[in-house]
Design a protein around this ligand. Structure first.
Ligand code: ATP
Ligand code: PLP
Ligand code: MG
Ligand code: NA
Ligand code: MG
Length: 297
C-alpha cells in the first residue's frame, strides 16, 4: 500500500458550483493524489437549479480520450473513480476502460459510486440498474451506494441496521471487498454503514457511524464523500472504519460552514441550489478533526 496514487476520475463537470469532478478532484489533490479528470458532462451548473445547459460526452468520445492516452503509453492508473452516469452506452464504455486499465495494472482499484437515485426515486434510466447489478458491481473494489441504491442492487428492503449489514454481505459476494452505505435513515436517524471483507468467504468487519443530521439539503456531498473514502481508505487500507471517520468528519465540518455562510447571507438553507463551501474547507479536508466515532458491530 502507498499513501498516494494516480486517479482517473470520470464524473460530471459544472462551470459553476461543486458536484461530480468539481467536488472530487480538489479534495483528492489536497490529499496528495494526482487526479486526471474526464468530464462525462459539462453543464453550466448542477441540475438542482431551475435550469441548466451544456454538453454530454458519449461512449465513443470517452473511447477517443482513452485511445489518445493509450497511444502515448499513459494508461497506468492506481485508481478509477466513477459517479453519476446517465446512459447504458456510457456505462458499457466505462466497463471497457476498467478492463483495459486492469490489463495495464492488475492492482487497479475501482471505486464506484453507483448513483441511481435517492429517497425512493430513481433518477437514471431503469435499464441502468441491471447493468450496475450484473456488470459493474462485479468489477468494483469499493462500492458507495446510498440506502436506495443498496436496495436496488440487492433486491433487499433496508429497514434496519441488520438489513443494511446483510445488503453489504450480498454486495461482497458479488465483488467489492469494501462497501460503504454512505447514508441510510433508520427511525429518523442518519447513519453510515461500512463493511470490509478482508478475504473471500470470511465474515466482513462491519461498523456504523451515527451522523448529526443538518437541517438542509446539499448537492455534491455524495460525490465528495466517495472521493474522500477513496483518498483515506488507500492511506489506511486495513482500517475502513478510520477512513470513514475521517471522511464523515470532513463532511460535518464543511456542511456546518456551508449552512452558517448561507444563513449569514440571509438565504433559505432548504433551497435545493445550495453550493458546498469546498475551497473554504481545505483545512478540514487535509486534517479532519474526528468527532464522530465508528462503532464496530
Ligand atoms: P449518492 O451519491 O450515491 O447518492 P448519498 O445519497 O449517500 O450518495 P448524500 O446524501 O449526499 O449522498 O450523503 C453523503 C454524505 O454527506 C453523508 O454520509 C453525510 O456525511 C453527508 N451529508 C449529506 N447530507 C447531510 C445532512 N443533511 N446532514 C448531515 N450530513 C449530511
Ligand atoms: N452531477 C450533476 C451534474 C448533478 O447535477 C448532480 C446533482 O444535482 C450530481 C452529480 C449529484 O451530486 P451528489 O449525489 O453528490 O449530491
Ligand atoms: Mg442522499
Ligand atoms: Na453514495
Ligand atoms: Mg448522490
Amino acid at each position: 500500500p502507498s499513501d498516494t496514487g494516480r486517479v482517473l476520475s470520470i464524473q460530471s463537470h459544472t462551470v459553476q458550483g461543486y458536484v461530480g469532478n468539481k467536488s472530487a478532484v480538489f479534495p483528492l489533490q489536497l490529499l496528495g493524489y494526482d487526479v486526471d479528470p474526464i468530464n462525462s458532462v459539462q453543464f453550466s451548473n448542477h441540475t438542482g437549479y431551475p435550469t441548466f445547459k451544456g454538453q454530454v460526452l458519449n461512449g465513443q468520445q470517452l473511447c477517443d480520450l482513452i485511445e489518445g492516452l493509450e497511444a502515448n503509453d499513459l494508461l497506468f492508473y492506481t485508481h478509477v473513480l466513477t459517479g453519476y452516469i446517465g446512459s447504458v452506452s456510457f456505462l458499457d464504455t466505462i466497463l471497457e476502460v476498467i478492463n483495459k486499465l486492469r490489463a495495464v495494472n492488475p492492482n487497479l482499484t475501482y471505486v464506484c459510486d453507483p448513483v441511481m437515485g435517492d429517497e425512493g426515486k430513481l433518477y437514471v434510466p431503469e435499464e441502468l440498474v441491471h447493468v450496475y447489478r450484473e456488470k459493474v458491481v462485479p468489477l468494483a473494489s469499493m462500492l458507495t451506494p446510498n440506502q436506495f441504491e443498496a436496495e436496488k442492487l440487492t433486491g433487499l428492503r433496508i429497514n434496519s441496521e441488520e438489513d443494511g449489514r446483510e445488503a453489504c454481505a450480498i454486495l461482497h459476494a458479488a465483488g467489492p471487498s469494501k462497501v460503504v452505505i454512505t447514508s441510510i435513515t433508520i427511525g429518523g436517524i442518519l447513519l453510515l454503514i461500512g463493511s470490509h471483507q478482508k478475504e473471500k468467504g470470511l465474515k466482513p468487519e462491519q461498523f456504523k457511524i451515527l451522523i448529526h443530521k443538518i437541517p438542509a439539503y446539499f448537492t455534491g456531498t455524495g460525490d465528495l464523500m466517495t472521493a474522500l473514502l477513496l483518498g483515506w481508505s488507500n492511506k489506511y487500507p486495513d482500517n475502513l472504519d478510520k477512513a470513514a471517520e475521517l471522511a464523515v468528519s470532513t463532511l460535518q465540518a464543511l456542511l456546518r460552514r456551508t449552512l452558517d455562510d448561507y444563513k449569514r447571507a440571509g438565504y433559505d438553507p432548504t433551497s435545493s441550489s445550495l453550493e458546498i463551501r469546498l475551497i473554504q474547507s481545505q483545512e478540514e479536508i487535509r486534517n479532519p478533526n474526528v468527532e464522530l466515532k465508528a462503532e464496530r458491530y
